[in-house]
Design a protein. Sequence first.
Length: 203
Amino acid sequence: MSRLSHRIGYTVALLMHYRRLASLLVGAWLSGSFGMMVVATQNFRGVDRLLEAPSARAAPLLRELGDDARPLLRYQVSELNRWYFQMWERTQLVLGIAVLGVLLFRAEGRPSMLILSSLMLASTAAVHWLITPEIIRLGRSIDFVPETVFSEARNRFWGLHTTYSIVETVKIGAGLALAVMLLRRRKRRAEKAGEEPDPPDPV
C-alpha cells in the first residue's frame, strides 16, 4: 500500500512540474514578445538620439554624410530589426511546439488550454511564413524612398504592419489567458493537495 501511495505521490508531483514547465515556457514567450516591441521601437528612436547628440568623433562623419545620414542609419536599424524578428519568430515556433507538447502530455490538460496554445502557435506560423516575408520585401524597397514622396509600396507596407500588430495582439491575449489558467490551476492544486516542490525518486 505504501508503495502505491509513493508512486501516486510521485505522479502528482511530476504533473505539477509539467504545469510549472508550461508556465515557464508561456512566460518566456510573452516576455520575449513584449521585449521585441521595445527593441524595435527603441532602435529607431536611437537613430534620432544619435543624430541629435553624436559623439565628438562621430559628429564630423555625420556632417559629411549630410542628409544621407538619417536614411543610412535607419536602413541599418531596419536590417537589424528584420533579423531580430525572423529569429524571434523561429524561437516562438519552438516555444509553441514545446508548450503544446507539454499540455498534450499532461493528463489533466483542458481543451481550452490546448485551443489557446494552438492559437498562439498558428498566429506565429502565419506571421512568420505569410506576413513577415512580405513586410521585409516591401520594407527594403522603400528604405531610401523619402517620406515626402508618395509610394504605393509604403502604403502596402503599413497595411501589413497593422495586420502584423493585430495578429500579435491576438497571440499575446491568448498567451495571457493561458498563463492565468495555468496559474489558477496550480494554485487550486496547491490548496487542495499541498505543494510538493520536488517529486520523490521512483522505487
